[in-house]
Design a protein around this ligand. Sequence first.
Ligand code: GUN
Ligand code: FE
Length: 467
Amino acid sequence: MKNLFIGSFVDTPQLGKLRIVNDQALLVDEQGNIAGAIDVDEAVSLSDNPQIQTFRVPTGSFLIPTFCDLHLHAPQYLYLGTGLHLPLMEWLNEYAFKAEEKIDDDPEGLGHRVYSSLANRLIRSGTGAALLFGTICEESNLVLAETFQSAGLRGFIGKLSMDKSSRPTYVEASSDASLSAAERFIHRCRDIVKALPANKQFVEPVLTPRFVPTCSDELLSGLGRLASKHGVKIQSHLAEARDQVNWVKLERGVDDIDVFDRSSLLTSRTVQAHCTFLDPSSLVVLHEKGTAIAHCPLSNVYFSSQPFRLREALDLGVNVGLGSDVAGGYTADIMNAMRQAVIASRIRESYRSENEQEIQRTQPLEGSSSQSTNQSTTLAVHWTEALYLATKGGAEALGLSSGSFIPGAAFDAQQISLIDNMSGKGIGQLDFFEPVTNITEDLIEKWWCLGNEQNRTGVWVQGCKLL
Ligand code: GUN
Ligand code: FE
C-alpha cells in the first residue's frame, strides 16, 4: 500500500538551511521510500484511490525527519542518570564495565528488558536510527539487534572489542579470541535480517574497538582488516578526555588518532565519538579520511575538560552528527543534545570574543590576529544547524538516505503537534497567544526550544508507523 501524507513538512536539506513547506503532499511508495512531492489538489484526487492510504497532518502540526543518535551505549541505559561524579577512566571502572557485565550475565532477561525499554524510549523521543555500543558478549548483542529489528528501529549494533581492561572479569581472552568473536558477530547479526527484503532490514553489525586503552595493537589492526574484508562500519571513542588522552600518550607514545590511523580504522565508514581533544589539523585528517564525528555535548561537560571544536569541524567540512552518549550523558533525547550543542558553542564564542576584546584593549595597535579565509565569524552554532546535525548530519554519517524529505529517501519522519485542535491550546510547554495556522520558522524555533515528548504525535521508519 502507498501512503500519502498531506500537510506541512519541515527539514534541513543543508547545514543551516531550514525548509518549510505548507500545504504539500508527499507520496510514499510500498517500500517506504519517498516517491515524490505533489501539490495538494492532485493529492486530494489521489486520496480516493483504494491503493493509497491518506494521512492528513492536522493544522498546527508538521512532519520533520526522525533524529539519529550517533553514539549511545545501550547496556548503560541500565543506570542512566547515576554516578556522574567521577572522571572518565574511574567512571568506566566503577559503573560502565559493571553494568555491561551484568547485562552479559543475563542477556535474555535483564538484557532484553533494558534493550526493549531503550527502543521504546528512543521511539518516543523521535529517534529513528541509533549507532549503538553494546557489550563484549555476542549473545547480548544479538538480543540488542533482535530487539531493534522487531521494534522496526534502525540499529547499528556494535559488539565491543576489548582485549585489555581494568576489570579482569570483563575482557576478552586474547586479541585472537576478540577478532574471532567480532567476525562471528558480523555473520550472526547479518543472519537476523538476511531473509528479509532490503527495506525491512533495520539492523547491521558495526566493528567497535571500545577505545585505544582497551585494545592491543594486534586487535586494532585485525579489526581494520575485518572492516575492509566485510565492508562494515566502524565506531570508537577518539580524543575524548584528558585522563584518556594522557593514558594513550603514556602507554603508546602517540595520540589515539595515530593509533587508529595506522590500524586502518579511520575510513569513510567510521564514526568517532567526541574528538574533543582534536586540534584543527587532526580535524583535517578526519575530513580527508571521510570519518564522521558523533558530537556528545552533555557527556563532554562531565568527562572532557574542554568543549569540542564544532564550528571548526563544520567549517572544514567534517561530517558531524549528535550523540546522547548514554549513560555518560544522562538523557537519550536528541532534542536535549541539539540544545546542549548550541549552548556549548555559544559559551565558546563568548570566551572567544571576550578574549579578542581583551587583546584589542591591551594591544590596540599591533598584531591584528591572523584569520583563515573560510572561517565563520562566530563559533556559535544556530538552532537550525543543530537541527541539521540531529537529522541529515546523522543520517549522512550512517550512510542513510533519510534525514530530509527528498525523492528516493526512506520515509523516516516524526509528526510534531504544536496545538490541540479540539481545545485550541498549545500542547505540553507550548503556550500560544495568537492563532496557529501555517507553520512558520518562529513556531519551529519555539518547539525546538520548548518541545518535548508530548508534542510528538507520530513516528515512522521506512514508512512504517511506530508511534
Ligand atoms: N570510552 C570508553 N568507553 C567509554 C564509555 O563507555 N563511555 C564514554 N563516554 N567514553 C568511553
Ligand atoms: Fe561513549
